[in-house]
Ligand binder design. Structure first.
Ligand SMILES: [Zn+2]
Length: 122
């Protein structure tokens, strides 16, 4: 459970009201006590487990680095991200290259999506 508790209320689903002494439903987790990730395009994030979320990206094939300027820029942002773990960075870099090979370039939507992940938690 560690790491899944809501950071605002500490997992009890309530936040104290400093003035009145009463407690209100936590606005971050809406009372569930579970941490809500800062993602906007996903539903039901609290039930998403990493093991069910493996990327369907072939890491071992294709180019080893982005081939477009946008991709290279994005890759450097991913590498520089302070919020991503090493395996997450590797996954995103693979996604960038995979996206490039599929689309021939990085679409704005894709760039936005990746950038959002480099800034989670900030
Ligand atoms: Zn909460």
């Amino acid at each position: 459970m560690d790491g899944e508790l809501c950071r605002m209320c500490g997992g009890d689903g309530r936040v104290g009201n400093a003035l009145g002494g009463s407690s209100a439903t936590c606005p971050s987790c809406h009372g569930s006590g579970r941490r809500a990730e800062a993602s906007y395009g996903f539903h039901d994030v609290t039930k998403t487990k990493p093991s069910h979320h493996r990327p369907a990206v072939a890491v071992s094939t294709g180019p080893k680095a982005p081939t477009t300027p946008e991709g290279a820029q994005l890759a450097s942002e991913v590498s520089a991200s302070a919020v991503l773990a090493a395996d997450a960075k590797a996954r995103l870099l693979a996604e960038i290259m995979n996206h490039e090979s599929t689309h021939g370039r990085c679409t704005k939507t894709f760039i936005k999506k990746v950038r959002k992940q480099t800034r989670l938690g900030q």
